[in-house]
Design a protein around this ligand. Structure first.
Ligand code: ATP
Ligand code: MG
Length: 407
């Protein structure tokens, strides 16, 4: 901000950074607003990249951190510039304006506060400070119009409500129940980014419940929503709930969470049901799982894209599940060295906790990892004695027909 100021531009800290600091929370990232155009910002910083088409902005890199620097924008229609709407939805929004105009085109009042480095004051054009004190989420302007302009704002409303424990003001809450289908017009790649923000901020469970409440979850994960509403026993909802809670606990403990695991959890129910149908129709367990994985993923990509670097490990987590049942001979040892073993084992634990997988099997694998040498061999003999024989027969059949059971 000082660098911009020294170059003769205005600059303010804005958005989540100001909001979270005022709430005594640690900001996730910092956003800067300036009257310099993206090109001018690039001239000031060597470590700067311009990104975005719909919404052009400058990313200034500081080591591993990125500061988003956005030029003041205007909503005024008569101003010149680059703006385009399709059916009320903003597909490009690059008309520059003043700071007052910039404040009014932001989403929520609490996100429209500007911290001024000149006199260390907070500039509030929209009543954000009062809403911040009251714990209210309020869109600027007419809620329905603002959601139509950018349906992602519906997801942001739910996300901030869950994360900050704020109440969505009634006029902004009502359209959430009515306009969910507008999310279908949002590019799947953008929804991927939003899904990560929704479920990887440490309040995934609460966010999930709120999204379902407003009927928005089904717009993002229709197959999962379908399987949840048709539940014939209580596994599915318990499984997703536990999986998300697990994610929240890991985040609160500072442990890493991978999107691959998250998506594996979110899509497991439809995958499991389809795999079961395919098995009942005569396919081998591995074949059924792989086919179900492919099919569910392909469908899901219509809503929310999942980059290959996450979808490949996600599918491995699924495909490894049936291998936990093969506890004879060298197989358990081999499975242990699989790069995705840990994630797949965590996944098995979740399944067992929610009653969908065998608790005894999960415990066996826990012990198998804790022991060594002779004790391990003993566990393997135990498993064989405890009725793994029918599985062994099935496995032999599969082995002859399925060369892909390797990797
Ligand atoms: P966090 O970074 O903690 O998720 P944030 O409020 O900073 O929350 P960002 O996505 O970083 O969210 O956006 C920065 C600011 O840009 C927001 O605070 C808001 O003022 C504005 N903004 C972001 N997305 C939108 C949108 N879809 N419509 C209008 N304004 C937006
Ligand atoms: Mg931010």
């Amino acid at each position: 901000m000082y660098r911009l100021k020294n170059a003769g531009y205005q600059s303010y800290l804005v958005g989540g950074g100001v909001r979270d600091l005022l709430l005594g929370r640690e900001p996730k990232d910092f956003d800067v607003a300036t009257d310099a155009t993206p090109e001018q910002v690039k001239e000031v910083f060597r470590n700067c990249r311009l990104i975005g088409r719909r919404f052009r902005l400058a990313h200034v890199h500081f080591g591993r951190d990125i500061i988003e620097v956005a030029t003041f924008r205007s909503m005024q229609d008569e101003s010149k510039g680059d703006r385009e709407t399709e059916n009320g939805m903003l597909v490009r929004d690059n008309i520059y304006g003043t700071i007052e105009e910039d404040a009014l085109r932001r989403d929520f009042t609490i996100n429209a506060l500007y911290y001024n480095i000149d006199d260390f004051s907070v500039v509030d054009y929209a009543g954000g400070l009062e809403d911040l004190r009251a714990g209210t989420l309020r869109l600027l302007g007419d809620p329905e119009t603002r959601y139509r302009e950018d349906p992602v704002r519906m997801l942001r409303a739910v996300r901030f409500a869950a994360k900050l424990g704020f109440i969505i003001n009634p006029a902004c809450e009502k359209p959430l129940l009515e306009l969910g289908s507008l999310l279908q017009s949002v590019p799947a790649a953008r929804l991927f980014e939003e899904v990560l923000k929704l479920f990887m901020a440490g309040v995934a469970l609460e966010t999930f419940e709120k999204l379902r409440h407003y009927g928005l979850f089904g717009e993002l994960f229709p197959q999962t929503e379908e399987s949840l509403s048709h539940e014939d026993h209580e596994f599915p909802i318990t499984f997703v709930n536990r999986g998300l809670k697990n994610t929240d606990i890991r985040i609160s403990e500072g442990k890493p969470v991978t999107p691959a695991f998250l998506f594996a959890v979110l899509l497991w129910e439809p995958v499991r049901l389809l795999a079961k149908r395919l098995r009942d129709a005569g396919e081998s367990p591995l074949q059924a799982m792989q086919e179900a994985g492919t099919e569910v993923l392909m469908d899901q990509l219509n809503q929310v894209s999942i980059p290959k670097r996450f979808s490949i490990p996600m599918r491995e987590i699924w495909s490894l599940q049936h291998r936990f049942e093969q506890r004879a001979g060298k197989r358990p040892h081999r499975l242990l060295t699989h790069p995705r073993f840990r994630a797949a084992y965590d996944f098995l634990l979740l399944r067992a906790e929610s009653g969908e997988a065998d608790q005894e099997l999960a415990e066996w694998w826990t012990r198998f990892q804790e022991t060594e040498g002779e004790e391990r061999s003993q566990l393997i003999r135990q498993a064989a004695g405890a009725g793994d024989k029918p599985r062994r027969r099935r496995r032999r059949r599969r082995r002859s027909s399925k060369p892909a059971d390797s990797e």
